[in-house]
Design a binder for this molecule. Sequence first.
Ligand code: GLU
Length: 458
Amino acid sequence: MTISASPTVRFAPSPTGRIHIGNIRTALFNWLMAKRDGGQFVLRLDDTDQERSTQEFADGIVEDLHWLGIQPDVIVKQSDRFELYDAAAAKLRNQGLLYPCYETPDEIDRRRKRLMARGLPPVYDRSALKLSPEDRARLEAEGKKPHWRFLLPNFAETPFETRRTEIRFQDIMRGEQTVDLASMSDPVLIREDGTYLYTLPSVVDDIDMGMTHVIRGGDHITNSGAQIALFRALGGAEPTFGHHNLLQDATGAGLSKRSGALSIASLRDHGYEPMAVASLATLTGTSLPVEACGSLEDLAQLFDPNTISKSDSKFDPADIGVLNEKLLHQMPYGVAQPRLAQLDCDLGEAFWNAIRPNLNLFSEVAPWAAMVRGKFEAAPVADEDLEFLQTAKKLLPAQPWADDVWSIWTGKLKQETGRKGRGLFMPLRLALTGQTHGPELADLLPILGWEETIRRLP
Ligand code: GLU
């Protein structure tokens, strides 16, 4: 299955949980690159671990991406593609590049610890390669099942004498990277129960689907060395790699452990705007200013992989709230209108413009709409304000009103009562809205109109 056009990118989460803001960052980098350059975005569900992967999590990932405005061009599941992986494994076996090993996890662990105690790198010594066909037959007769390792091309004469073997690649986010294949163990590609680990299926899919770019977290750099060796062994075209920095919480810990609070689902349920989440996820950890972008198209214009810092980046969840407010405060009526209508809060453009500076979350429009409609709890009038408010009622200019009705009215009131500042406007605000804070009264007055204003004054 070759997907045409260039670039072709993929976001490849395992559906073993809800995705969080760190994951979505990878998705967005891929999406923005594809969209900016007219390419294709594939959602690949890495569900080879069938015990931990669920359809519910897979559906959740699609839902979260849609909420952010990411519509994958293609969705594939690795569990539908085992034939391809079997064929690739057979190809490697035929070249002598995939070999069976029988060590138990305990044995491997003991060996690693012994090596580390001697100050040596804990690299697998390939002792399974020394097993004769008879040894293997005996082990299998005892009921042992092999796991399978990929023989890394890090030796000249014999696999038991490895030598420095550099895999170099030009990382679009980090510049030239070098991975020494002699510094790592031959990766296990197939588990004892015959299931595939992520390493091989990912390369097989990247080749089969014609990925031009693999953009993922910096925790995959070493993997990329081994995977490039696999691309070469399988005769596939190597994609361009980009490894972005990872996000850390305020304590410097990775985000995955705390994914619950920062899951896309929980941010959505909280009522944040998708573009607040997308703007922060994309711009944090770059040299670009972190600002609220109104659309993914705008973000795609801003985004540049070269601006991503090389080191990991601290991330403050409170920034989502800040960007969220900015988005709402700038949101044009045309964008807000369908949502206002849906909440039965569409009281026109002047209403929206008056209340938007007061919003932290969009859902907060409802109490303001109720206030304009007169459905609010009136504040008790303080004794010292009663006469003042009665004067205000008398002095309210007759309609028609121009935009300056508030300043005309309060000018007269000032003259008549000698009040100014807070003493002047707070009793009016309380009487008209029932609240001590809220939209500018100058904007609100024309929305209420003469009759309603009079009705609210004692
Ligand atoms: N399923 C892998 C992960 O979530 C994908 C990594 C990749 O993009 O290749 O880490």
